[in-house]
Ligand binder design. Sequence first.
Ligand SMILES: NC(=O)c1ccc[n+]([C@@H]2O[C@H](COP(=O)([O-])OP(=O)(O)OC[C@H]3O[C@@H](n4cnc5c(N)ncnc54)[C@H](O)[C@@H]3O)[C@@H](O)[C@H]2O)c1
Length: 440
Amino acid sequence: MKISVVGTGYVGLVSGTCFAETGVNVACVDIDQKKIDNLNNGIIPIYEPGLEDIYKKNVEKGRLEFTTNLAESIKDADSVFIAVGTPPDEDGSADLKYVLGVAREIGKSMDHYLVVVTKSTVPVGTSMKVKQAISEELEKRGENIPFDVASNPEFLKEGSAVADFLKPDRIVIGTESKQAQKVMKRLYKPFLLNGHPILFMDITSSEMTKYAANSMLATKISFINDIANLCEIVGADVDNVRKGIGSDARIGNKFIYPGTGYGGSCFPKDVQALIRTADEHNYSLEILKAVESVNYRQKEVLFTKLNKRFNGDLKGKKFAMWGLAFKPKTDDMREAPSLVIIERLLNAGASVVAYDPVAMEEANRILGDKISYAKDEYEALIDADALILVTEWSEFRLPNFRVLEKLLNNKIIFDGRNIYDPEELEELGFEYYAIGRSKN
Ligand SMILES: NC(=O)c1ccc[n+]([C@@H]2O[C@H](COP(=O)([O-])OP(=O)(O)OC[C@H]3O[C@@H](n4cnc5c(N)ncnc54)[C@H](O)[C@@H]3O)[C@@H](O)[C@H]2O)c1
């Protein structure tokens, strides 16, 4: 089989590479010439565990290629996947200009039957807009080439994107066409040998499924953060509460870890976009509105604790920050809580020395010399007034506290992910502030 994947970001690059791994010939397309040049020269633009190996292998085998030429990429293809970005528009709704722009390009150049699959996260009704855009372009050309559209939302997680794509919990396909179903079944069969299902449904439900899934996950995070804040007030420990509720199979123990709020390229924009969709239909999604406002508040929690500890006098103080990415195992910093904390600290006249195992380059691109970058986690601590842990990379879990003690000006830790043991730190003489744990 042969496919084209348009958009070579986290989703497009991982999807294209993983499809190639099953023997499919894949052309990955992007408008960013530099990205394509890099990919043609062995340079991968993102960090994603396991990606480099299968990328190299499939390029060598001649099954994976990179181009800016969309028209060329869809010649002889069975299917084309649209995996470009859908950033929030000014009013929070998903901006569809990239998706519909690609649909028009497809309509301008397709010359045989194609299944056009929307993999980007798009609001209800978008696949029909994709269909219309292609039809309009074909009409302009006076052509009547058959095609089908399908919605195929992607559920991979940054940080484990390759593993998630190769062994998905489920594949969701929305399409009205039997022929499109057949093509999708064939393409996805190799990924479903683990027994997990391919769920065919109508397009509207498929588009809605992706937003409902991300909104549910964001809801779990805001829920536990809200409970964590109350735990602190009443003197409970949210980690005990989390274990207490998570052992109930109806609740489950995943995604109920308190922290500094959700970030990344998906949850914030998808929650916002679903609220907008509901608003446009004169329905108010009250729960999601609360999820969003709890999250805004949560991104401030660590700074508020720190500001209180230093009596509102942060001018001239220096803070070490461990972790910049919005979560471990990724270099993605979109909507990362670290950015909010850094902004508050800088506005208060403090300085920040940060270390992140993979997101330093990305941080430098966004923040430049507003902060300093350390070569390792210990260097960041030298003469700092406190350590702020924002991203729970595994290498931060068991640091040498004796070294911390020597390097820091004060034995103070603000732990935004509750990864340290309060009793151990108390015994070692550290002042320890965490999220939703008593004694904070
Ligand atoms: N990142 C995730 O974890 C994730 C997970 C599931 C779904 N999604 C969704 O998938 C979509 C893509 O997300 P991403 O994180 O991969 O985005 P990204 O920003 O990493 O990549 C998007 C790519 O599309 C390219 N592009 C834009 N317009 C183009 C055009 N006309 N032709 C060709 N290429 C074009 C950009 O240059 C960029 O390389 C979004 O809708 C997102 O919500 C993302």
